[in-house]
Design a protein around this ligand. Structure first.
Ligand code: ASP
Ligand code: MG
Length: 411
């Protein structure tokens, strides 16, 4: 008998019919003898609807009151699911975050979980009830309702699993697992049976949107086995674990992530003297703009070129800041480019294999794709290329690193 935390997202509880389907699913697990804690999101679209309502009062809703309001979305779905379970003869009880006592800090709209009281949950489980907990919400030490930030129900699920030392935290969603890359770009993308927390974090921060990044961090920190599954299709999903041993047998690269969210800025002809990188990036960070990749060229004629990427939303403000800096430093010019894309290969296998980066560059060279910037970490190599080559690059790399699904019969 296992203790499982099951989290269902907004689309999985988007209608009463779907909630009934979820209840059927939970019932099956229960009949197998497992103890189940269910965490649900609000019905899809509901949190947005509530935020819109608040904005009709004023552009910037008071954060505390916004939390009082948006937390109601999840209060509806926990009650409906508990009712659907009870109707099926499955004893169940629903709790808000406050009722469980999911204690958070007081940072409204982006609170962090500090502690979870597992007392009530354990008593209910012992007495044979399925416990249905509202995702996304908690309570601070003064009794104020808080919420955890958009997509926060994943974090609630993982935190409950950690507090209860559950055997597994299952995240049910509208995809059947984590893929080697986006199947919409590469038809031969494959579902991964397993991936490590570290790889998943890289994939998530590089653009794969299956799981909330914070939830993956949390799961890694407390070593909660996490499984991504489809809500309404059978299948093993993808297990995210700490275990590198077994994944070693898999290809060196686990996945290819990409995004079109960045833009590139270059300041040309800056004096090659100490402190220049700081003079360039100091004002950028003072303007609260995050920098991702950075490249500084070898100096020539005592000047150098300095290139970095920022989020496309920050491109214009970054360009203005840089123009000012350029005048102050007496640099030659500032040039920018928004038609770029970042492609990354991710895999813990890189730690024990040499030549992975050059294999990547070879695959891109064969397609005649020019690399503009490169950055690496222990388990990742990222390149910036011209945006129009993005899909070609991802497909070429997917093949080069043996990630293509074997051809099915009839293919
Ligand atoms: N309902 C919240 C949101 O839409 C939390 C969640 O779905 O995880 O952001
Ligand atoms: Mg959601």
């Amino acid at each position: 008998m296992a203790l499982i935390v099951q989290k269902f997202g907004g689309t999985s509880v988007g209608t009463v019919e779907r909630i009934e389907q979820v209840a059927e699913k939970v019932k099956k697990f229960r009949e197998r003898g497992d103890d189940i804690v269910v965490v649900v999101s609000a019905m899809s679209g509901e949190t947005n609807r509530l935020i819109e309502l608040a904005k009709q009062i004023g552009d910037q809703p008071v954060p505390r009151e916004l939390d009082v309001m948006v937390s109601t979305g999840e209060q509806v779905t926990i009650a409906l699911l508990a009712m659907a379970l009870i109707k099926r003869g499955v004893p169940a009880i629903s709790y808000t975050g406050n009722q469980v006592r999911i204690l958070t800090d007081s940072a409204h709209n982006k609170a962090r979980i500090l502690q979870i009281d597992d007392h009530k949950l354990r008593t209910d489980l012992k007495e044979g009830r399925v416990v249905v907990v509202a995702g996304f919400q908690g309570v601070d030490e003064h009794g104020n309702i808080t919420t955890l930030g958009r997509g926060g129900s994943d974090t609630t699920g993982v935190a409950l699993a950690a507090a209860l030392k559950a055997d597994e935290c299952q995240i049910y969603t509208d995809v059947d697992g984590v893929y080697t890359t986006d199947p919409r770009v590469v038809a031969k993308a494959q579902r991964l049976d397993k991936i490590t927390f570290e790889e998943m974090l890289e994939m998530a921060s590089l653009g794969s949107k299956v799981l909330q990044i914070r939830a993956v961090e949390f799961a890694g920190k407390y070593n909660v086995p996490l499984r991504v599954l489809h809500s309404f299709q059978e299948g093993p999903g993808t297990l995210i674990t700490i275990d590198e041993e077994e994944t070693m047998e898999q290809p060196i690269i686990s996945g290819i992530a990409f995004n079109r969210d960045e833009a590139k800025l270059t300041i040309r002809g800056v004096p090659d003297v100490p402190g220049v990188a700081f003079k360039i990036l100091g004002p950028i960070s003072a303007a609260n703009i995050e920098v991702d990749m950075i490249v500084q060229n070898i100096a020539h004629d005592n000047t150098t070129d300095f290139t970095f990427t920022v989020h496309r939303n920050d491109y214009q403000s970054a360009q203005q800041v840089l123009e000012n800096t350029s005048r102050e430093l007496g640099a030659r010019e500032v040039v920018g480019d928004t038609n770029i894309a970042k492609v990354s290969i991710v895999g813990v296998g890189m730690r024990s294999h040499a030549g992975v980066a050059s294999q990547m560059f070879e695959a891109l060279a064969k397609e005649n794709i020019n690399i503009q910037m490169i950055s690496t970490s222990e388990i990742k190599v990222s390149v910036v290329i011209e945006e129009k080559y993005l899909e070609l690059a991802v497909r070429a790399l997917h093949t080069a690193f043996d990630l293509d699904a074997p051809a099915r019969q009839g293919d």
